[in-house]
Design a protein around this ligand. Structure first.
Ligand SMILES: *[C@@H]1O[C@H](CO)[C@@H](O)[C@H](O)[C@H]1NC(C)=O
Ligand SMILES: *[C@@H]1O[C@H](CO)[C@@H](O)[C@H](O)[C@H]1NC(C)=O
Ligand SMILES: *[C@@H]1O[C@H](CO)[C@@H](O)[C@H](O)[C@H]1NC(C)=O
Ligand SMILES: *[C@@H]1O[C@H](CO)[C@@H](O)[C@H](O)[C@H]1NC(C)=O
Length: 335
Protein backbone atom coordinates (compact mmCIF):
# COMPACT_ATOMS: atom_id res chain seq x y z
CA UNK A 1 0.00 0.00 0.00
CA UNK A 2 1.40 3.39 -0.92
CA UNK A 3 0.40 5.08 2.34
CA UNK A 4 2.16 2.47 4.43
CA UNK A 5 5.23 2.89 2.30
CA UNK A 6 5.07 6.64 2.78
CA UNK A 7 5.08 6.37 6.54
CA UNK A 8 8.16 4.16 6.46
CA UNK A 9 9.78 6.62 4.14
CA UNK A 10 9.11 9.54 6.48
CA UNK A 11 10.76 7.59 9.28
CA UNK A 12 13.84 7.02 7.16
CA UNK A 13 14.03 10.69 6.30
CA UNK A 14 13.89 11.68 9.93
CA UNK A 15 16.89 9.43 10.58
CA UNK A 16 18.76 10.84 7.59
CA UNK A 17 18.30 14.41 8.74
CA UNK A 18 20.11 13.58 11.99
CA UNK A 19 23.21 12.56 10.10
CA UNK A 20 25.42 15.36 8.89
CA UNK A 21 27.06 13.13 6.33
CA UNK A 22 23.77 12.40 4.56
CA UNK A 23 22.37 15.52 2.95
CA UNK A 24 20.32 14.26 0.04
CA UNK A 25 16.75 13.04 0.42
CA UNK A 26 16.14 9.71 -1.33
CA UNK A 27 14.18 10.17 -4.52
CA UNK A 28 10.53 9.25 -4.16
CA UNK A 29 8.95 6.17 -5.66
CA UNK A 30 5.44 4.71 -5.76
CA UNK A 31 2.43 6.97 -6.15
CA UNK A 32 2.86 9.47 -3.34
CA UNK A 33 5.51 11.65 -1.78
CA UNK A 34 6.18 11.22 1.89
CA UNK A 35 3.87 13.81 3.42
CA UNK A 36 4.89 16.56 5.80
CA UNK A 37 8.60 16.30 5.08
CA UNK A 38 9.18 20.03 5.26
CA UNK A 39 7.20 23.13 6.09
CA UNK A 40 8.28 26.67 5.30
CA UNK A 41 6.80 29.68 7.04
CA UNK A 42 5.87 32.52 4.71
CA UNK A 43 4.05 35.71 5.79
CA UNK A 44 0.70 34.06 5.05
CA UNK A 45 1.17 30.31 4.98
CA UNK A 46 2.91 27.30 6.33
CA UNK A 47 3.82 25.68 3.01
CA UNK A 48 4.34 21.95 2.88
CA UNK A 49 6.91 20.93 0.31
CA UNK A 50 9.08 18.10 -0.89
CA UNK A 51 12.76 18.96 -1.25
CA UNK A 52 15.12 16.50 -2.92
CA UNK A 53 18.28 18.06 -1.48
CA UNK A 54 17.56 20.42 1.42
CA UNK A 55 20.34 22.79 2.39
CA UNK A 56 22.26 22.29 -0.84
CA UNK A 57 23.02 25.87 -1.82
CA UNK A 58 24.97 25.04 -4.99
CA UNK A 59 22.65 22.75 -6.96
CA UNK A 60 20.41 24.42 -9.56
CA UNK A 61 16.83 24.49 -8.27
CA UNK A 62 13.63 23.47 -10.06
CA UNK A 63 10.28 24.31 -8.44
CA UNK A 64 7.38 22.22 -9.75
CA UNK A 65 3.81 23.45 -9.31
CA UNK A 66 0.82 21.12 -9.43
CA UNK A 67 -2.63 21.78 -10.88
CA UNK A 68 -6.27 21.30 -9.86
CA UNK A 69 -7.50 18.86 -8.70
CA UNK A 70 -4.09 17.28 -8.18
CA UNK A 71 -1.37 17.19 -5.55
CA UNK A 72 2.42 17.27 -5.34
CA UNK A 73 2.23 13.53 -6.16
CA UNK A 74 1.72 14.61 -9.76
CA UNK A 75 5.50 14.93 -9.91
CA UNK A 76 6.43 11.57 -8.41
CA UNK A 77 7.95 10.33 -11.70
CA UNK A 78 9.42 13.69 -12.72
CA UNK A 79 11.61 14.25 -9.67
CA UNK A 80 14.04 11.32 -10.18
CA UNK A 81 14.86 12.42 -13.75
CA UNK A 82 15.81 15.89 -12.51
CA UNK A 83 17.72 14.65 -9.46
CA UNK A 84 19.79 12.48 -11.81
CA UNK A 85 20.76 15.68 -13.63
CA UNK A 86 21.93 17.37 -10.43
CA UNK A 87 18.84 19.44 -9.68
CA UNK A 88 17.53 20.25 -6.27
CA UNK A 89 13.80 19.73 -6.84
CA UNK A 90 11.21 21.45 -4.69
CA UNK A 91 7.54 20.53 -4.98
CA UNK A 92 5.19 22.60 -2.82
CA UNK A 93 1.53 21.99 -2.04
CA UNK A 94 -0.47 25.00 -3.21
CA UNK A 95 -2.56 26.90 -0.67
CA UNK A 96 -5.63 24.77 0.07
CA UNK A 97 -3.86 21.50 -0.76
CA UNK A 98 -1.97 18.85 1.19
CA UNK A 99 -0.36 20.07 4.38
CA UNK A 100 -0.21 23.75 3.40
CA UNK A 101 -2.13 25.85 5.92
CA UNK A 102 -2.93 29.50 6.59
CA UNK A 103 -1.57 31.13 9.75
CA UNK A 104 -4.72 33.16 10.31
CA UNK A 105 -8.41 32.26 10.05
CA UNK A 106 -9.05 35.84 8.90
CA UNK A 107 -6.80 35.71 5.81
CA UNK A 108 -9.12 35.59 2.79
CA UNK A 109 -9.03 32.15 1.19
CA UNK A 110 -8.19 33.70 -2.15
CA UNK A 111 -6.92 31.65 -5.07
CA UNK A 112 -6.43 34.71 -7.30
CA UNK A 113 -3.51 34.52 -9.71
CA UNK A 114 -1.46 37.16 -7.83
CA UNK A 115 -1.67 35.27 -4.55
CA UNK A 116 -0.71 31.92 -6.04
CA UNK A 117 2.29 33.42 -7.83
CA UNK A 118 3.45 35.36 -4.79
CA UNK A 119 3.31 32.20 -2.67
CA UNK A 120 6.15 30.76 -4.80
CA UNK A 121 8.32 33.84 -4.26
CA UNK A 122 7.51 33.80 -0.55
CA UNK A 123 8.55 30.14 -0.42
CA UNK A 124 11.85 30.95 -2.15
CA UNK A 125 12.45 33.79 0.31
CA UNK A 126 11.77 31.48 3.24
CA UNK A 127 14.24 28.93 1.85
CA UNK A 128 16.80 31.58 0.85
CA UNK A 129 16.66 30.46 -2.76
CA UNK A 130 17.53 33.29 -5.09
CA UNK A 131 16.71 31.75 -8.46
CA UNK A 132 15.01 28.67 -9.81
CA UNK A 133 13.42 27.13 -12.85
CA UNK A 134 9.63 27.23 -12.49
CA UNK A 135 7.52 24.52 -14.10
CA UNK A 136 3.79 23.85 -14.05
CA UNK A 137 0.59 22.77 -15.79
CA UNK A 138 -3.08 23.74 -15.29
CA UNK A 139 -3.24 26.04 -12.21
CA UNK A 140 0.51 25.53 -12.07
CA UNK A 141 0.79 27.31 -15.42
CA UNK A 142 -0.96 30.36 -14.01
CA UNK A 143 1.38 30.21 -11.01
CA UNK A 144 4.64 29.92 -12.95
CA UNK A 145 3.51 32.51 -15.52
CA UNK A 146 2.82 35.02 -12.76
CA UNK A 147 6.00 34.28 -10.83
CA UNK A 148 8.17 34.44 -13.97
CA UNK A 149 6.50 37.58 -15.34
CA UNK A 150 6.53 39.64 -12.14
CA UNK A 151 9.80 38.38 -10.65
CA UNK A 152 12.04 37.53 -13.64
CA UNK A 153 15.17 38.05 -11.53
CA UNK A 154 14.09 35.05 -9.41
CA UNK A 155 13.58 32.78 -12.42
CA UNK A 156 16.17 31.13 -14.67
CA UNK A 157 13.59 29.58 -17.00
CA UNK A 158 9.94 28.59 -17.17
CA UNK A 159 8.18 25.48 -18.40
CA UNK A 160 4.42 25.83 -18.79
CA UNK A 161 1.66 23.77 -20.33
CA UNK A 162 -0.73 25.89 -22.42
CA UNK A 163 1.88 28.67 -22.66
CA UNK A 164 0.32 31.73 -21.06
CA UNK A 165 -2.72 31.88 -18.81
CA UNK A 166 -2.35 35.21 -17.00
CA UNK A 167 -5.77 36.82 -17.12
CA UNK A 168 -6.73 40.42 -17.77
CA UNK A 169 -9.89 40.77 -15.70
CA UNK A 170 -11.29 43.29 -18.17
CA UNK A 171 -11.82 40.42 -20.61
CA UNK A 172 -13.34 38.01 -18.07
CA UNK A 173 -16.85 38.56 -19.37
CA UNK A 174 -16.04 38.78 -23.08
CA UNK A 175 -18.44 36.64 -25.02
CA UNK A 176 -17.05 33.14 -25.46
CA UNK A 177 -17.65 30.54 -28.17
CA UNK A 178 -20.60 28.28 -27.39
CA UNK A 179 -18.32 25.24 -27.56
CA UNK A 180 -16.14 26.53 -24.69
CA UNK A 181 -18.96 26.18 -22.14
CA UNK A 182 -19.39 22.39 -22.08
CA UNK A 183 -15.63 21.85 -21.54
CA UNK A 184 -15.38 24.55 -18.86
CA UNK A 185 -18.60 23.40 -17.16
CA UNK A 186 -17.03 23.17 -13.72
CA UNK A 187 -15.92 26.83 -13.81
CA UNK A 188 -19.60 27.77 -13.74
CA UNK A 189 -20.75 25.06 -11.36
CA UNK A 190 -18.23 26.36 -8.79
CA UNK A 191 -19.84 29.81 -8.88
CA UNK A 192 -22.91 28.40 -7.14
CA UNK A 193 -23.50 27.32 -3.52
CA UNK A 194 -24.77 24.02 -4.95
CA UNK A 195 -21.44 23.48 -6.72
CA UNK A 196 -19.55 24.38 -3.55
CA UNK A 197 -21.45 21.92 -1.38
CA UNK A 198 -21.26 19.19 -4.01
CA UNK A 199 -17.49 19.52 -4.26
CA UNK A 200 -17.25 19.51 -0.47
CA UNK A 201 -19.34 16.35 -0.39
CA UNK A 202 -17.08 14.30 -2.66
CA UNK A 203 -13.65 15.80 -3.37
CA UNK A 204 -12.30 12.48 -4.67
CA UNK A 205 -15.29 11.89 -6.97
CA UNK A 206 -14.80 15.35 -8.48
CA UNK A 207 -11.10 14.67 -9.00
CA UNK A 208 -11.94 11.43 -10.78
CA UNK A 209 -14.46 13.13 -13.06
CA UNK A 210 -12.18 16.06 -13.88
CA UNK A 211 -9.17 13.82 -14.54
CA UNK A 212 -11.25 11.60 -16.85
CA UNK A 213 -12.80 14.51 -18.71
CA UNK A 214 -9.62 16.57 -19.04
CA UNK A 215 -7.33 13.67 -20.00
CA UNK A 216 -9.73 11.46 -21.99
CA UNK A 217 -7.17 8.83 -22.96
CA UNK A 218 -5.28 8.57 -19.69
CA UNK A 219 -5.84 5.40 -17.68
CA UNK A 220 -4.84 6.33 -14.14
CA UNK A 221 -4.78 3.86 -11.29
CA UNK A 222 -6.86 3.97 -8.13
CA UNK A 223 -3.59 4.36 -6.18
CA UNK A 224 -2.70 7.49 -8.13
CA UNK A 225 -6.16 8.93 -7.54
CA UNK A 226 -5.99 8.01 -3.85
CA UNK A 227 -2.66 9.77 -3.45
CA UNK A 228 -4.14 12.99 -4.82
CA UNK A 229 -7.40 12.55 -2.88
CA UNK A 230 -5.43 12.66 0.39
CA UNK A 231 -4.23 16.14 -0.50
CA UNK A 232 -7.77 17.34 -1.15
CA UNK A 233 -8.76 16.85 2.49
CA UNK A 234 -7.21 20.18 3.41
CA UNK A 235 -9.67 22.33 5.42
CA UNK A 236 -9.30 25.18 2.92
CA UNK A 237 -9.53 23.05 -0.21
CA UNK A 238 -13.13 23.74 -1.22
CA UNK A 239 -12.79 27.48 -0.56
CA UNK A 240 -9.60 27.68 -2.60
CA UNK A 241 -10.79 25.41 -5.42
CA UNK A 242 -13.99 27.37 -5.96
CA UNK A 243 -12.37 30.78 -5.42
CA UNK A 244 -9.94 30.19 -8.28
CA UNK A 245 -12.85 30.08 -10.73
CA UNK A 246 -14.98 32.63 -8.89
CA UNK A 247 -12.09 35.08 -9.02
CA UNK A 248 -11.40 34.52 -12.69
CA UNK A 249 -15.07 35.08 -13.47
CA UNK A 250 -15.24 38.19 -11.23
CA UNK A 251 -17.50 36.62 -8.60
CA UNK A 252 -14.84 36.97 -5.91
CA UNK A 253 -12.91 40.17 -5.32
CA UNK A 254 -9.61 38.79 -4.14
CA UNK A 255 -7.50 39.62 -1.13
CA UNK A 256 -6.84 43.39 -0.89
CA UNK A 257 -3.22 42.68 0.08
CA UNK A 258 -2.59 41.51 -3.48
CA UNK A 259 -4.46 44.39 -5.15
CA UNK A 260 -1.33 46.06 -6.59
CA UNK A 261 -0.03 42.81 -8.04
CA UNK A 262 -3.48 42.00 -9.41
CA UNK A 263 -3.54 45.31 -11.30
CA UNK A 264 -0.06 44.63 -12.74
CA UNK A 265 -1.30 41.25 -13.96
CA UNK A 266 -4.27 42.81 -15.73
CA UNK A 267 -1.76 44.30 -18.19
CA UNK A 268 -0.69 40.71 -19.03
CA UNK A 269 3.04 41.28 -18.44
CA UNK A 270 5.48 39.55 -20.76
CA UNK A 271 7.68 36.64 -19.80
CA UNK A 272 11.29 37.58 -20.52
CA UNK A 273 13.06 34.52 -19.12
CA UNK A 274 13.72 31.49 -21.37
CA UNK A 275 10.58 29.42 -21.78
CA UNK A 276 9.53 25.99 -23.02
CA UNK A 277 5.78 25.70 -23.56
CA UNK A 278 3.88 22.44 -24.01
CA UNK A 279 0.45 21.94 -25.51
CA UNK A 280 -0.96 18.44 -24.95
CA UNK A 281 -2.91 17.45 -28.05
CA UNK A 282 -5.67 15.66 -26.12
CA UNK A 283 -6.29 18.39 -23.59
CA UNK A 284 -9.92 19.41 -23.57
CA UNK A 285 -10.17 22.79 -21.84
CA UNK A 286 -7.37 24.41 -23.86
CA UNK A 287 -7.01 23.00 -27.36
CA UNK A 288 -3.44 22.47 -28.57
CA UNK A 289 -1.95 25.31 -30.62
CA UNK A 290 1.22 25.98 -32.59
CA UNK A 291 2.14 28.62 -29.99
CA UNK A 292 1.88 31.57 -32.38
CA UNK A 293 -1.11 33.21 -30.71
CA UNK A 294 0.82 33.52 -27.45
CA UNK A 295 4.18 34.49 -29.01
CA UNK A 296 3.59 38.15 -28.07
CA UNK A 297 3.84 37.25 -24.37
CA UNK A 298 7.37 35.87 -24.68
CA UNK A 299 10.24 38.28 -25.20
CA UNK A 300 13.05 35.82 -24.40
CA UNK A 301 13.96 32.55 -26.06
CA UNK A 302 10.91 30.35 -26.30
CA UNK A 303 10.42 26.84 -27.68
CA UNK A 304 6.94 25.38 -28.10
CA UNK A 305 6.06 21.68 -28.38
CA UNK A 306 2.83 19.78 -28.93
CA UNK A 307 2.75 16.70 -26.70
CA UNK A 308 1.08 13.92 -28.63
CA UNK A 309 -1.31 11.48 -26.99
CA UNK A 310 -1.43 13.47 -23.78
CA UNK A 311 -4.16 15.20 -21.80
CA UNK A 312 -4.01 17.89 -19.15
CA UNK A 313 -1.83 16.09 -16.60
CA UNK A 314 1.47 16.06 -18.50
CA UNK A 315 3.76 15.26 -15.53
CA UNK A 316 1.64 12.20 -14.71
CA UNK A 317 0.93 11.11 -18.26
CA UNK A 318 4.34 11.90 -19.82
CA UNK A 319 6.83 12.44 -16.98
CA UNK A 320 9.83 12.15 -19.29
CA UNK A 321 8.49 14.87 -21.57
CA UNK A 322 8.21 17.15 -18.57
CA UNK A 323 11.77 16.36 -17.40
CA UNK A 324 13.11 16.96 -20.90
CA UNK A 325 11.31 20.31 -21.13
CA UNK A 326 13.01 21.46 -17.93
CA UNK A 327 16.41 20.35 -19.20
CA UNK A 328 15.66 22.08 -22.50
CA UNK A 329 14.79 25.39 -20.83
CA UNK A 330 18.03 25.18 -18.86
CA UNK A 331 19.84 24.79 -22.18
CA UNK A 332 18.19 27.99 -23.44
CA UNK A 333 20.17 30.00 -20.94
CA UNK A 334 18.52 29.16 -17.63
CA UNK A 335 20.34 27.12 -15.03
C1 LIG B 1 18.40 22.90 6.55
O1 LIG B 1 17.38 23.76 6.10
C2 LIG B 1 16.28 23.82 6.96
C3 LIG B 1 15.26 24.70 6.31
O2 LIG B 1 14.91 24.21 5.05
C4 LIG B 1 16.72 24.36 8.31
O3 LIG B 1 15.64 24.35 9.19
C5 LIG B 1 17.84 23.50 8.87
O4 LIG B 1 18.33 24.09 10.04
C6 LIG B 1 18.95 23.36 7.88
N1 LIG B 1 19.94 22.42 8.37
C7 LIG B 1 21.23 22.69 8.35
C8 LIG B 1 22.14 21.60 8.86
O5 LIG B 1 21.70 23.75 7.96
C1 LIG C 1 24.71 19.78 -4.10
O1 LIG C 1 24.24 19.43 -5.39
C2 LIG C 1 25.27 19.36 -6.35
C3 LIG C 1 24.60 19.14 -7.69
O2 LIG C 1 23.76 18.03 -7.64
C4 LIG C 1 26.22 18.24 -5.99
O3 LIG C 1 27.27 18.17 -6.94
C5 LIG C 1 26.80 18.53 -4.60
O4 LIG C 1 27.58 17.44 -4.19
C6 LIG C 1 25.70 18.76 -3.60
N1 LIG C 1 26.28 19.25 -2.35
C7 LIG C 1 26.04 18.68 -1.19
C8 LIG C 1 26.70 19.31 -0.01
O5 LIG C 1 25.35 17.68 -1.11
C1 LIG D 1 -22.47 13.51 0.95
O1 LIG D 1 -23.84 13.63 0.77
C2 LIG D 1 -24.56 12.45 1.10
C3 LIG D 1 -26.01 12.66 0.70
O2 LIG D 1 -26.52 13.81 1.30
C4 LIG D 1 -24.38 12.18 2.57
O3 LIG D 1 -25.04 10.99 2.93
C5 LIG D 1 -22.90 12.06 2.88
O4 LIG D 1 -22.72 11.92 4.27
C6 LIG D 1 -22.14 13.26 2.41
N1 LIG D 1 -20.72 13.00 2.56
C7 LIG D 1 -19.85 13.92 2.95
C8 LIG D 1 -18.42 13.52 3.05
O5 LIG D 1 -20.19 15.08 3.20
C1 LIG E 1 -7.36 7.81 -27.69
O1 LIG E 1 -6.49 6.87 -28.25
C2 LIG E 1 -7.04 6.13 -29.31
C3 LIG E 1 -6.04 5.09 -29.78
O2 LIG E 1 -5.05 4.88 -28.82
C4 LIG E 1 -7.39 7.06 -30.46
O3 LIG E 1 -8.01 6.34 -31.48
C5 LIG E 1 -8.33 8.13 -29.94
O4 LIG E 1 -8.55 9.08 -30.95
C6 LIG E 1 -7.74 8.83 -28.73
N1 LIG E 1 -8.70 9.75 -28.17
C7 LIG E 1 -8.51 11.05 -28.21
C8 LIG E 1 -9.56 11.86 -27.51
O5 LIG E 1 -7.55 11.58 -28.72
Amino acid sequence: MPRLFSRTFVGLLALCSLSLTTSATPTPTGTSFPSTIHHAKTPTLSIEYFDSDPNNTTAPVAILIHGFPYSIDTYIDVVPGLVDEGYRVIVPSLRGFGGTTFHSPSTPRSAEQAALGKDVIDLMDALHIEKAIFAGYDWGTVVVNVAAALWPHRCTGMVAANSYLIQNRATAWSVAPAASFPVKWYYYVFLTPFGYSSLANDTKGWAEILWSRNSPNWTFTEATLDAAAQALRNADYVDIATDFYRNRLLYSKGDPSYADLAVQLDSQPVISVPAVTLDPDQAVVFAATDGMATAKFFTGKRVHHVVKGCGEAIPLERPRVFVDAILEVAGLGGK
